[in-house]
Design a protein around this ligand. Structure first.
Ligand code: TYD
Ligand code: MG
Length: 472
């Protein structure tokens, strides 16, 4: 029954091929195919058994006990949708060294403090190392039970003994292996089979399980994508090496929203929760320089103010450079095209760099207006008012379109001491309640461009004229 030939499996997405090739057709990654013998794919050849009869239940059944358990780490609970659901499995993905183990030992300790049995199983570090980290984080007294184990069968057997734990952390799924398959640890086959066994345990026992998954670029070990569809929720822990901010984002969540983010700051004492991220993201503002605009955004249910920085400089290349960090490249191209064709702003001879401060990644189209303002400000060398926030979506015709939750955006801006808001015309009605801000509705991008070009600069003098006609 078992075929002798070998199969090549993409360690990133799990696609299987009959022969080796450099690029995975399914996910487009290079050099991620690894050989795994077909025999190892077969989960032991048991004799087929007769199915067991089970009872069906009505949909309107009796309620279960408290469906969620909050960890007590508010930023973490915000992203999971209010805490751990019984029997659910959560995958936490992120680059190596980003702080996954630190976050989870903090979550485990917070939960243990509430008297819940929590277990932390490390496949990467020895117990002493985990202890050392906990000590450094000031969590040495937490009643988290530790083990350094990698055999899934041993782990499941141990967990099933005694009081069922409320939370089990498996750090990481790529180090786990099960006897059921012969493949080496870290391969797609092993990662999948191990995850399956742990998921089965979670569903059967009601314990919540968190699997850590390293995101890998080189395809040496299987990436978290191979288990994403098996788990209930996928969280990703992101951040840039050079920044101290870390952002927890839900990529998939069967039991909650996927648009919430949790914001943390790295410190010597571990991850610190940031309840008001706007303050943090605006803390390093470069006031009074051209090319920066504050965007009043919304992440999930929470308003978030962040600075958008642009640099527009004459190019020496045949094809000007367009580089963007933290925003969508296509969105930038669109804004540039609208500026060129509807506002007479000539950018074809300029390199354009756009950056979202603090390493944040923005997905909202509402950032169009702020990005455009920053771009024009840089090109015209005219600083924008430091006390203004911007939001609005730009359509291909150059009109500024309304965005959701204008009132919440303005309220946050007012709270942080901003005095004016540049917003879509149609948002004015919704925004009437926020009396503290002076509102400047714009109906088209051309209006905004004209305003920036004409505006007297606060303090600093303009060095060049706005190059609407030609800037040599
Ligand atoms: P770690 O949690 O081990 O990352 P991962 O499990 O994702 O690979 O963290 C990496 C290193 O960063 C580790 O040496 C501890 C350090 N660190 C801090 O000092 N403070 C922090 O707040 C965090 C998150 C990490
Ligand atoms: Mg780790």
């Amino acid at each position: 029954m078992a075929r002798r030939e070998t199969t090549f499996i993409c360690q990133d997405c799990g696609a299987a091929y009959g022969r080796w090739q450099g690029k995975c057709d399914a996910c487009g990654q290079w050099n991620t195919l690894a050989e795994e013998s077909s025999a190892s794919l077969q989960v032991s050849a048991r004799a087929p058994r007769k199915g067991r009869l089970f009872a069906l239940e009505p949909l309107a059944g009796a309620g279960h006990d408290a469906p969620r358990l909050a960890s007590g780490l508010a930023e973490f609970d915000r992203v999971t949708g209010g805490g751990f659901v019984r029997g659910s499995v959560l995958l936490l993905g992120g680059d190596p060294g980003i702080g996954k183990s630190t976050l989870l030992i903090q979550v485990a300790a917070a939960l243990a403090r509430h008297g819940q049995r929590t277990i932390y199983i490390s496949g990467e570090e020895a117990v002493a190392q985990v202890r050392l980290r906990a000590e450094r984080l000031g969590l040495a007294g937490a009643e988290v039970e530790l083990a350094a184990e990698t055999s899934v069968e041993d782990i499941v057997a141990t967990l099933a003994e005694g009081v069922i734990p409320r939370l089990v952390v498996i750090d990481s799924i790529q180090t786990m292996w099960t006897d059921l398959v012969e493949a080496a640890p870290g391969t797609v086959t092993q990662v999948r089979a191990s995850a399956q066994a742990l998921i089965r345990f979670a569903k059967r026992s009601g314990a919540a399980v968190i699997l850590v998954g390293h995101v890998t670029k080189d395809g040496q070990i299987a990436g978290p994508r191979v288990v994403e569809h098996m788990v209930d929720a996928v969280l990703s822990f992101e951040g840039e090496g050079s920044h101290q901010f870390r952002i927890l984002r839900a990529v998939k969540n069967r039991f909650g929203p996927t648009d919430e983010i949790g914001v943390f700051e790295m410190s010597g004492g571990g991850l610190r929760e940031i309840a008001n991220p706007s303050e943090l993201f605006l803390s390093e503002r470069d006031l009074g320089s051209p090319g920066t605009a504050v965007f009043a955004g919304i992440e999930g249910s929470r308003p978030l103010l962040v600075e958008i920085q642009a640099l527009v400089a004459p190019t020496s290349l045949g094809t000007p450079r367009r580089a963007v960090n933290g925003w969508d490249q296509n969105r930038l191209s669109m804004v540039l095209a609208v500026l060129e064709s509807h506002c007479g702003v000539r950018l074809s001879g300029h390199d354009v760099y756009l950056n979202v401060a603090g390493g944040l990644r923005i997905q909202e189209p509402a950032a169009d207006l702020a990005a455009a303002a920053a771009l024009v400000s840089s090109l015209a060398d005219a600083p924008l008012a430091a006390d203004a926030v911007y939001f609005g979506e730009i359509s291909l015709s150059g009109a500024v379109r309304p965005v959701a939750q204008a009132a919440a955006r303005l309220k946050e801006a007012q709270k942080l001491g901003f005095a004016r808001a540049i917003l879509p015309e149609s948002a004015r009605a919704e925004a009437v309640a926020e009396a503290g801000l002076s509102l400047k509705p714009v109906s088209s991008l051309a209006n905004l461009v004209a305003d920036i070009a004409a505006q007297p600069t606060d303090g600093g003098q303009r060095r060049t004229k706005y190059p609407r006609q030609e800037d040599g």
